[in-house]
Ligand binder design. Structure first.
Ligand code: ZN
Length: 222
């Protein structure tokens, strides 16, 4: 398309978003999306300035899961308030942002519980079985860090790190904040698949993410 007057200021197009998934209509993911039952709870805390409307996956992840809560904000007084129900922070694990690496702490493991120094806990299997819920911070690295430091109750939670066996499906489309490099939907998929021993939870979330990425690529191919 040629512009009549190249010096005229560009008027931003108003993007109409789907009220349910909050994606632009061309990327709406709602059709055929059936929420799955998950036993291990999911809490996603999203920084208010997380702006990636097109490729962000926090809300989408929550739509795919019956037992998931997504909150937008900077701080909450405790886990129960963030979650909207009672919960024991010692039985919840936060996806840790620190420098601990699954590759060095527990080679070959894709989901690893670590202590406050970032060292793998000794009794992984029984500890992992005791996890009732997971917390994922969504945003850029600095946004996620801001949430981490503003919510002291996160220190009471277990810490979990990932050693994904494949790189993020984002590829070069987006830089991810965490060392594991995964999108929120991929990280939650990996965690739930492992903690519930239900690979279909991971494969369905991955397929949903692939669907979003292919819609995005089609939209931006022109
Ligand atoms: Zn939608």
């Amino acid at each position: 398309m040629t512009k009549a007057n190249p010096t005229a200021p560009e008027i931003p197009e108003e993007v109409v978003v789907c009220p349910n998934c909050q994606k632009p209509l061309a990327l709406c993911m709602c059709e055929g999306l059936v929420p799955m039952a998950n036993k291990v709870g999911v809490l996603i805390l999203q920084h208010p300035q997380e702006q990636d409307v097109d490729l962000g996956t926090a809300r989408l992840t929550a739509l795919y899961l019956k037992n998931a809560v997504m909150k937008v904000g900077l701080s909450w007084p405790n886990l129960a308030k963030a979650l909207g129900r009672d919960a024991d922070p010692k039985k919840w694990a936060v996806l840790y942002l620190g420098s601990a690496s699954a590759a060095t702490e527990a080679p070959g493991q894709d989901v690893v519980l670590v202590d406050k120094k970032g060292k793998a806990l000794s009794d992984q299997q029984s500890m992992l079985r005791g996890i009732e819920g997971i917390i994922v911070l969504d945003g850029t690295w600095s946004q996620a860090k801001a949430i981490w430091w503003r919510n002291a109750w996160l220190l009471k939670c277990r810490r979990i790190i990932l050693g994904p066996k494949r790189p993020s499906r984002y590829g070069k489309l987006r830089k991810e904040p965490r060392k594991d490099g995964l999108a929120t939907i991929e990280a939650v998929g990996l965690l739930l698949g492992k903690l519930e021993n239900k690979p279909e939870l991971e494969s369905t979330l991955s397929a949903g993410f692939e669907r979003l990425l292919s819609k995005y690529r089609i939209l931006h191919a022109g």
